[in-house]
Design a protein around this ligand. Structure first.
Ligand SMILES: *Cc1c(COP(=O)(O)O)cnc(C)c1O
Length: 387
């Protein structure tokens, strides 16, 4: 007879748990993952074990989410991270070494820029910023040490689009790894791998999870670029929360339905804004007035719910409060891709000359509210400026 202290440790039927066949993956909570036999442990000791040998390798929900992303992206491998920016940081670390040079499109997510300038620079990796609408002309920015080109198309604040196939063609010729932050389009509206991209990043915080309550990122790569990435991730032992991966997988189930609604609603609001007398430019890739609309039409199969606009008159920054603070349905906050409509405002700085120098850009995340209510809210907000 075993004693009570042993029963406390061993009690609970594993068999019952294994036989429950749910549609969604189980949520594991684990540091230790048990091996079936000693030979498996010996293989793991030598880094030769194929299975999951520890919690940091990623547990059930993470593996299920990553496998779904591989399928949707048409990539070779995918890894989930605790946030979009940690996914980006890992890509920049994995594919660079001391003495290298990277080219980053000027319209990238701010923290991507800060990571290059503030962190890569410490390790002897230099960064130059490409015009946001770069294409085949990137050749002239490439140096002998250039090892990576990072695109974000469209950029998530100023929405310039890069000629992705032209850039990846140059990258292929020169053996440079091409990376894209594909958060705006999601894999549903742009498949970067079909355009020759090697590494595609998602901030799953946005449309994939879709409810403004989760931070998560993914990196997907081609077969050629997977091994080096997988090894770097192994050295950092990065992993993502099981609960968050579970929610991301759940988010994928409804992504196409939500995205279609975001798309239609955003187009509706964008077209309406073009007719508003105090609005100057509506910056939306699917509108014909967008400078790279032709590229959008050629490469993308849809548009999402995030776009921006500028005003005819430029006011003192604080004077915009009468517009922004009076909105009732648009929350004032960062991030996007969720069910609630949001607004951000501000001016941007770029290394290269750009179309909105000194102009305040208001960015709208169009959520799932009724579109006519959203328009009315913007109408009454903008009326505050219309003196
Ligand atoms: C939000 C965002 C990120 C970062 O994602 P987090 O999960 O918030 O770290 C990266 N790229 C783009 C384009 C984003 O909008």
């Amino acid at each position: 007879m075993r004693k009570i202290a042993t029963d406390l440790v061993t009690g609970g039927s594993v068999e019952a748990r294994r036989s429950i066949n749910t549609i969604n993956p189980p949520l594991h909570r684990a540091s230790t993952v048990l091996f079936d036999c000693y030979s498996d442990m010996l293989a793991a000791n030598q880094g030769k074990y194929e299975g999951i040998d520890y919690g940091t390798s990623g547990l059930g929900a993470q593996k299920a989410f990553e496998a779904a992303m591989v399928q949707i992206d048409g990539s070779y491998g995918c890894k989930a991270f605790q946030s979009g920016i940690s996914a980006i940081a890992m890509v920049l670390l994995a594919y660079t070494k001391q003495g290298d040079h990277v080219l980053i499109c000027d319209n990238v997510y701010g923290p991507t820029r800060h990571f290059c300038n503030g962190f890569l620079s410490k390790y002897g990796v230099t960064t130059d910023f490409l015009p946001s609408n770069a294409g085949a002309d990137i050749s002239k920015y490439i140096k002998d040490e250039t090892c990576l080109i990072f695109m974000e198309s469209p950029g998530s604040n100023t929405f310039e689009i890069q000629d992705v196939p032209a850039i990846t063609k140059v990258c292929r010729e020169k053996g440079i790894v091409s990376v894209i932050d594909n958060t705006w389009a999601t894999p549903l509206y742009l498949n970067p791998f079909k355009l020759g991209v090697d590494v595609s990043i998602q901030s799953a915080t946005k449309y994939i999870t879709g409810h403004s309550d989760i931070l998560l990122g993914t990196v997907s790569t081609t077969e050629e670029y997977w091994d080096i990435f997988r090894k770097s991730c192994g050295l950092f032992e990065t992993f993502a929360s099981q609960e968050d991966c579970y929610q991301a997988l759940r988010g994928l189930r409804t992504l196409h339905v939500r995205l279609k609604h975001h798309e239609q609603a955003a187009l509706d609001v964008a077209r309406w804004l073009t007719t508003h007398k105090i609005v100057d430019k509506v910056i939306h890739p699917a509108l014909e007035s967008h400078p790279e609309h032709d590229l959008w039409k050629r490469d993308f199969t849809g548009s999402s719910g995030l776009f921006a606009f500028t005003l005819q008159d430029e006011y003192e920054e604080m004077d915009h409060s009468v517009f922004v603070d009076n909105l009732e349905l648009f929350g004032l906050g960062y991030s996007w891709g969720g069910f609630k409509s949001l607004i951000t405002g501000g001016r941007f700085r770029r290394d290269n000359s750009f179309a909105y120098e000194g102009k305040t850009i208001f960015r709208l995340n169009i959520g799932l509210e009724d579109v006519s209510d959203l328009k009315s809210d913007l109408e009454q907000g903008l009326a505050g400026l219309n003196v």
